[in-house]
Ligand binder design. Structure first.
Ligand SMILES: Cc1cc2nc3c(=O)[nH]c(=O)nc-3n(C[C@H](O)[C@H](O)[C@H](O)COP(=O)(O)OP(=O)(O)OC[C@H]3O[C@@H](n4cnc5c(N)ncnc54)[C@H](O)[C@@H]3O)c2cc1C
Length: 387
């Protein structure tokens, strides 16, 4: 099915070849097992391995560190394709590339980049991002995990939850409080690169989620873990900016994931209508197809615009939030239309559309809920007007 405007026209054939390889992996490796791994709540190991072998875990990492050196537009298209078949695997990939690897490449010392990025580029090591705590989700600046200065580095104490891939990650970006700043809590947070194999790190239980069952969300604890001096990312006490810079890119990844989910719901509707033409007797079905395809293309334009702005080094916080807000709403709308207009047995557990329905909910929640995206959009608008 072709639902989209190809905004990649004119890109080098290398990136097209990479995308074609991803489509092939999706078709031949990921799709055949996706319902089973989701039902059993385990990672799609063969899919992850195939993507890693194709270099996809290093899609945006510069070639000097062993990556493919492609941009956000290409990364977005890849996340969309993977999400079309397995949104859970796309979550792991998006966190690994747009949060962990990106933040290391942007904020770590050169020797640290050389130490970690090559292993992240090949997928030998998996990356995670750890901002959320039991008492601070949307209010990320209120986090309480502590980093105390000790000789040669920092000692970490605290707990974090909702860590995507926290049970399999080898490295993660941890945000912890390094000083008190009651009048401005976002000051006083620092970003650290942590190896999960270090003493003092514990990966606890996985959350029982309604969707994304082939991706795990883990509670973690830090009990005196020592982070060496050189693993600080950016400046001390300025880690909140690092966290937000990551999310500006991460939101393009989640918006792309939402696009892929919407497309899979539309694909399912088209397949159903083609095999049961009697469904077209109802004009609601025709309208559902038209409204879904239109909403997907509108979302895709927002997503590609945000990705292009990122690639051009232009401020894109508002664009990323608009893309995520619109695409995640689209994903949920398209799945809802598919369930109500096309699939008579959609409410039954175990159908493909039921799994897509459960996977769709999350895109309106993580990396900032839709309410938080609206705050970011409005505040940027107000700032832009006064500048
Ligand atoms: C599957 C999954 C994977 C995740 N992966 C990660 C990860 O890898 N790393 C990580 O750090 N975190 C991760 N998260 C955490 C995620 O980012 C948070 O769940 C999210 O930011 C919301 O925080 P919360 O759940 O504490 O909800 P809350 O912040 O308590 O929000 C509850 C409700 O209140 C609304 N709300 C809150 N504040 C405001 C406000 N100021 N104005 C209006 N409405 C408001 C919210 O929109 C929401 O509807 C993940 C979450 C899930 C579910």
């Amino acid at each position: 099915m072709t639902t989209g405007i190809d905004v990649m026209e004119g890109k080098s054939c290398d990136s097209e070849q990479v995308l074609e390889q991803v489509r092939q992996i999706c078709r031949e490796v990921i799709e055949p097992e996706v319902e089973q791994v989701c039902a059993e709540g385990r990672y799609h190991e063969s899919g992850i391995r195939a993507l890693a072998q194709a270099g996809i875990f290093g899609v945006t990492i510069a070639s000097q560190y062993g990556g493919l050196g492609l941009g956000s537009v290409e990364s977005s298209r890849i996340i969309e394709e993977v999400s079309r078949v397995c949104p859970s695997t796309a979550t792991m990939l998006s966190v690994h590339t747009s949060l962990t690897s990106y933040l290391i490449e942007q904020w770590a010392r050169e020797d640290i980049r050389h130490k970690y990025l090559p292993r992240l580029a090949t997928g030998e090591w998996i990356g995670a991002y750890s901002l959320t705590e039991p008492r601070s989700g949307s209010d990320a600046a209120g986090l309480g995990c502590r980093a105390e200065r000790v000789e040669g580095g920092w000692r970490i104490e605290g707990t974090k939850n909702f860590v995507t891939s926290g049970d399999v990650a080898d490295v993660l970006i941890l945000f912890a409080r390094t000083s008190e700043s009651p009048s401005k809590p976002s000051r006083g947070i620092s970003a650290f690169l942590v190896e999960t194999g270090w003493e003092g790190f514990t990966a606890g239980k996985a959350e029982t989620k309604m969707g994304l069952s082939a991706s795990h969300c883990i509670e973690t604890a830090y009990d005196g873990l020592l982070v060496p001096e050189e693993n600080l990312l950016g400046e001390i006490d300025r880690g909140f900016g690092v966290a937000m810079a990551g999310l500006d890119g991460g939101r393009i990844g989640i918006a792309s994931q939402a696009l892929g989910i919407a497309r899979s719901a539309l694909d399912s509707m088209l397949d159903a209508v083609r095999s049961e033409p009697r469904l077209l007797a109802s004009q609601e079905v025709e309208w559902a197809l038209a409204e879904s395809a239109t909403a997907i293309e509108a979302s895709r334009l927002l997503v590609r615009q945000a990705a292009e702005m990122r690639d051009q080094g232009v401020g894109h916080s508002r664009a990323s939030s608009m893309a995520k807000f619109h695409s995640s709403r689209t994903a949920n709308e398209v799945v809802r239309m598919a369930m109500s207009e096309v699939f008579e047995s959609a409410g039954l557990v175990g159908t493909r559309i039921e799994r897509i329905f459960r996977d769709a909910r999350i895109v309106e929640l993580y990396e900032g809920t839709s309410e938080i995206q609206k705050m970011v959009i409005a505040r940027n608008l107000l700032r832009e007007e006064t500048e």
